[in-house]
Design a protein around this ligand. Structure first.
Ligand SMILES: *Cc1c(COP(=O)(O)O)cnc(C)c1O
Length: 371
């Protein structure tokens, strides 16, 4: 008699949401520190693709000096969008900022999806696309990538029907780190569906399709300041759109979605590009050094990356056990074991000393953990 799972206030909730799994959230450093019994300064956090060098020192100063936190931020984001113009190479009429690019994923879905509309997700990829699609009442159509994690354009085209509204493409892809070539993106754009190219790792790849946006009203490019600019905790990202989409997004978004701290931080970051480009360079060169070291470990098969992380299938031994052993030593990486990502690790690129500690730990674990 008590078998109805939708008792009490739950009976009033959206049933499609009650069945959702939810997004697998990241664990904060304080919890990691407690768990590993390592002081927080000693935690080596290589699980969130965050910037190990932090943000520009100018951001810290600008945040401390800003006088007007008691005033609401500008709903039209005039200063943020104007500050981004030069960096993006397109006018403010093409730009909308969000509370992280995650918010823009959600906003774009809200703008285009009606209940039951379909979104094509090229798996394995970033978990926010299916999560936000389902919360918006859309239907996720998963199209597997090929063996080298390239998008299978023919299969995407086959998956398109009259309900298909949006195709998501992370480039570089998370967690595999590979780019989608511009010619493939053009083929997707030719289908007439909205193609969202997520360039959260653009600064580590140097490759963008943003210049194509003015010629293609169904192409959207999303960017983030979380990774290259070290602003993950302040939540700031932006999208590049045709002005018709910008107009609608500005209308439907929460008026104060970009807070003043984030606004101040973007302006200070863009005024300190030389410094930030130095840290990007350091991360890229560390990525190549770490890749070579991982390649020498016989139980790992690292995949070449254009981002700030390296995807690492474990070819001998158990990735979950390695993940656990690393945790005990205060080194945190991402572990995957799904049908499309069997027995794998994803390792964010940290400072050289983080790589050295990781490699040493892996070698130790390898001795007793594999085989
Ligand atoms: C990290 C990440 C984001 C999220 O960026 P925020 O600006 O922090 O919301 C978006 N897309 C991909 C593929 C990511 O890996």
């Amino acid at each position: 008699m008590n078998s109805d799972p939708f008792r009490g206030v739950k009976r009033l909730m959206r049933r499609d949401l009650l069945g959702l799994e939810g997004y697998q959230p990241i664990v904060p450093p304080e919890v990691l520190s407690e768990e590993a019994e390592v002081p927080i300064e000693g935690v080596i956090k290589l699980d969130g693709n965050e910037n190990p060098y932090g943000c520009s020192p100018r951001v810290q100063r600008a945040l401390a000096d800003y006088p007007s936190y008691h005033i609401y931020p500008d709903p039209e984001q005039r200063e943020v969008r104007r500050a981004l113009e030069g960096y993006v190479g397109l006018g403010a009429e093409h730009i909308v900022a969000g509370s992280g690019s995650d918010e823009l994923i959600d906003l774009v879905l809200r703008l285009f999806l009606e209940p039951g509309d379909e979104v094509i997700n090229c798996v394995p990829t970033f978990g926010m696309y299916p999560f936000c699609t389902e919360v918006c009442g859309g239907k996720v159509v998963s199209v597997p990538r090929d063996k080298s994690y390239a998008i299978d354009i023919a299969r995407v085209k086959e998956a398109i029907d009259e309900k298909t509204k949006i195709i998501f493409v992370a480039s570089p892809n998370n967690p595999t780190g590979n780019l989608t070539p511009e010619r493939d993106i053009r083929k997707l754009v030719e289908t007439g569906r909205v193609v969202v190219v997520d360039e959260a790792y653009y600064e580590f790849s140097g490759v963008t399709v943003a210049p194509l946006v003015p010629e293609h009203d169904n192409l959207i490019v999303l960017r983030s300041l979380s990774k290259w600019a070290g602003l993950a905790g302040l939540r700031i990202g932006y999208g590049i759109f045709t002005p018709v989409i910008v107009e609608q997004l500005l209308k439907i978004k929460q008026p104060y979605n970009v807070n003043l701290a984030a606004q101040v931080a973007v302006q200070a970051s863009l005024a300190d590009l030389e410094y930030l480009q130095g840290t990007i360079k350091a991360i890229i060169s560390e990525r190549e050094r770490l890749f070579k070291k991982l390649k020498k470990i016989k139980f790992l098969n690292p995949f070449p990356s254009k981002a700030n992380f390296i995807f690492c299938p474990v070819v001998e031994g158990d990735a979950q056990r390695m993940h656990q052993e690393l945790r005990k030593q205060g080194i945190f990486v991402r572990h995957f074991d799904t049908p499309l990502l069997r027995n794998s690790l994803r390792i964010s690129v940290g400072k050289p000393e983080h790589s050295d500690a990781l490699i040493e730990a892996l070698q130790r674990i390898g001795g007793k953990g594999s085989g």
